[in-house]
Design a protein around this ligand. Structure first.
Ligand SMILES: [Cu+2]
Length: 114
């Protein structure tokens, strides 16, 4: 997913009807292991193409209401807040690609990434 904005904004939350929770995650090296952790907001610089991808910042679906298979399209609502405090939402359709993910922490439930 590539986010573009003409002005600086922040991705502050995400939601989907297919999952109990949708979190914004970042990836960080921890020793020689790649770990992910939820962050409160993701700053999107003005006039940039900000890419969310496996191995980097991503949106993670937690507690799926039903199993998803490759090729499924899931709706995700992204909520942004501008510098001035105005909220806006963006509805996207995310296509399920690869369900295998090597960086899933053992402490978390089985989950799927986009
Ligand atoms: Cu994650």
């Amino acid at each position: 997913m590539i986010l573009k904005s003409s002005e600086a904004t922040k991705l502050i939350s995400a939601a989907s009807p297919v999952a109990k929770k949708v979190q914004i995650h970042e990836m960080k090296m921890h020793g020689d292991k790649m770990m992910m952790r939820p962050i409160k907001a993701l700053a999107i610089p003005a006039d940039s193409a900000f890419e969310l991808k496996p191995g980097g910042y991503h949106v993670m679906l937690i507690g799926l209401n039903k199993p998803l298979v490759k090729g499924d399209k899931v709706p995700i609502k992204l909520t942004f807040r501008s510098k001035a405090g105005a909220k806006s939402t963006l509805d996207i359709q995310a296509e399920i690609r690869d369900l295998n993910y090597s960086a899933t922490p053992a402490a978390m439930d089985p989950m799927q990434t986009k």
